[in-house]
Design a protein around this ligand. Structure first.
Ligand SMILES: NC(=O)c1ccc[n+]([C@@H]2O[C@H](COP(=O)([O-])OP(=O)(O)OC[C@H]3O[C@@H](n4cnc5c(N)ncnc54)[C@H](O)[C@@H]3O)[C@@H](O)[C@H]2O)c1
Length: 253
């Protein structure tokens, strides 16, 4: 078992709902104070999560920024560091999915998905790295997707963005390992969230996904928490550059 993380701080992006909210609460349960990020539109939801974390007895610092915007990311990380004093863990969870066939895909749709899912991960990591490097410690957990390994129709741009996150993470791990920093991906399968429901609009789709899942059920946000918390902890000190499927056995490796 990992030691409690009391005194440490984790930054979780896209934390107002779904998988990000669950991971933020899970990390708070492990003892982390949490810098919570989401976009301004999610203010009420993010502040509600901050309240839940405070009730666990941990500090929550909600900060609003679009992870695809470099200036906003820089300001968020600077404020988070000023208020929390340290960032030990980053969970790059913010993401979007805009289903469309390649043939119909708009340039703006491609750009939006790439900006948030792929560039957002890079921008947050780049903003936090000098601090982690100075302290000789860091855990970077990037939420990719099994969609980045295989993918499904209408999600080519999403798949490309998540494959980019995995490639980025593999090289990042090689660059920062010497500074005591690990970088890994978690690749969820079909998880019941606002985004996940995009894949589950009809009973036939639910049946299809459950049918190809070894554990014969859909995932819940809480299913992603244990693997993410492991990669955020000292228990994973010798694990880096990996992409861990958390999908109930849809993708096997
Ligand atoms: N749900 C699934 O089935 C599934 C599967 C594989 C991977 N994922 C990944 O897990 C992560 C979380 O997804 P989810 O299912 O909880 O989706 P969700 O839509 O419920 O949550 C995504 C969160 O990201 C936030 N966000 C969106 N754009 C942002 C931006 N520019 N800056 C900051 N925050 C932003 C949203 O406001 C929201 O709170 C995503 O990266 C997603 O790609 C989800």
């Amino acid at each position: 078992m990992a030691k409690p993380a009391n005194g440490r701080t984790a930054l979780v992006t896209g934390a107002s709902r779904g998988i990000g909210r669950a991971i933020a609460l899970g990390l708070a349960g492990d003892g982390f104070d949490i810098v919570l990020n989401d976009i301004e539109r999610q203010r009420d939801e993010l502040e509600a999560v901050a309240g839940e974390i405070a009730r666990i007895g941990r500090r929550a610092i909600p900060l609003f920024a679009d992870v695809g915007n470099r200036d906003q990311v820089r300001a968020m990380v600077a404020t988070g560091l000023a208020q929390a004093g340290r960032i030990d863990v980053v969970v790059n969870n913010a993401g979007i999915l805009i289903p469309n066939l390649v043939e119909n895909l708009l340039e703006q749709e491609w750009d939006a998905v790439m900006d948030i899912n792929a560039k957002g991960t890079f921008l947050v990591v780049q903003a936090v790295l000098p601090h982690m490097r100075e302290r000789g410690y860091g855990r970077i957990v990037n939420i990719a997707s099994i969609g980045g390994k295989h993918g499904a129709p209408e999600q080519a741009h999403y798949s490309a963005s998540k494959a980019a996150v995995m490639g980025f993470t593999r090289v990042l791990a090689q660059e920062v390992g010497q500074f005591g920093i690990t970088a890994n991906c978690v690749c969820p399968g079909i998880i019941v969230t606002d985004m996940g429901r995009t894949n589950l609009s009809e009973q036939a789709s639910i049946d299809k996904w459950v049918g190809i899942t070894a554990l014969r059920r859909l995932g819940q946000p809480e299913d992603v928490v244990g693997p993410a918390c492991f990669l955020a902890s000292d228990a994973s000190a010798f694990v880096t550059g990996q992409s861990l499927n958390v999908c109930g056995g849809i993708t096997l490796s």
